[in-house]
Design a protein around this ligand. Sequence first.
Ligand code: ADP
Length: 260
Amino acid sequence: MTANKKKSNKEKKRVPNMKSQTLVDKKGIRLDGRKIDELRPVKMKVGILPNADGSAYLEQGRNKILVGVYGPKEAHPRHIAQQDRAVIQCRYHMAPFSVDERKSPAPSRRDIELSKVIREALEPAIFLEYYPRTSIQVYIEILQADGGTRCAGITTAALALADAGIPMRDLVVACAAGKVDWKIALDLMDTEDKVGEADVPVAFMPNLNAITLLQMDGNLSVDEFETAVTMALEGCNKLYTLQKEALKAKYIPTKEGIEK
Ligand code: ADP
């Protein structure tokens, strides 16, 4: 489990003239019309890249994320191979056009950090010991970013791994909760993440009831932290239902399909 303080550039990213912006109005409605405990609209689709062994696409609000998975196959370079298990090579990458100002296509320090935390969030769910000396490659492409991409990347990657037929103990699903205008809120979008007070991303295996990633960016009291984690887990459970529906849509033939 990764349980560390999110090493972030939050301060750097803060936009000074947005500090006075009201994020939650008197009726408890947020900038995009959501309630405090509401997820952004989510769409998930599995198996959309025929050339990859497994793939998935997700939209969560303005986030657009595509994941392709290869493997398990012989590990390259050879020295990364483990004699008793598969290794996961995970690459989180933000496309140059994913944010307002063109981002360099080269991997940033943040891309490298998120690749590591996402790999660690996925590893406990996979039966790595079934495939010694192999690697499973997970490529996460952020096509459009609007806050919460590490969580959305994990949710999408778990679907792509399942689509690749890789044996898993459980799906992994992730969601963040944070503090905006001094209230704990679910699934922060970019403006809320930058202007708000804190963000707590959580990844979770719903059947095993185990957290595989827990980070915090900002400051929260112990009570606020507990509320945020509880709220994030509720978000995870809602997203898990959508993950199962996306898998069923591809793998359970429809009545019409059988009749044809
Ligand atoms: P997460 O996407 O998991 O919340 P961060 O908290 O590091 O991770 O980033 C929050 C948001 O900041 C991203 O989702 C994205 O919308 C925005 N962001 C990240 N990097 C950049 C960048 N280089 N340029 C512009 N916006 C960025």
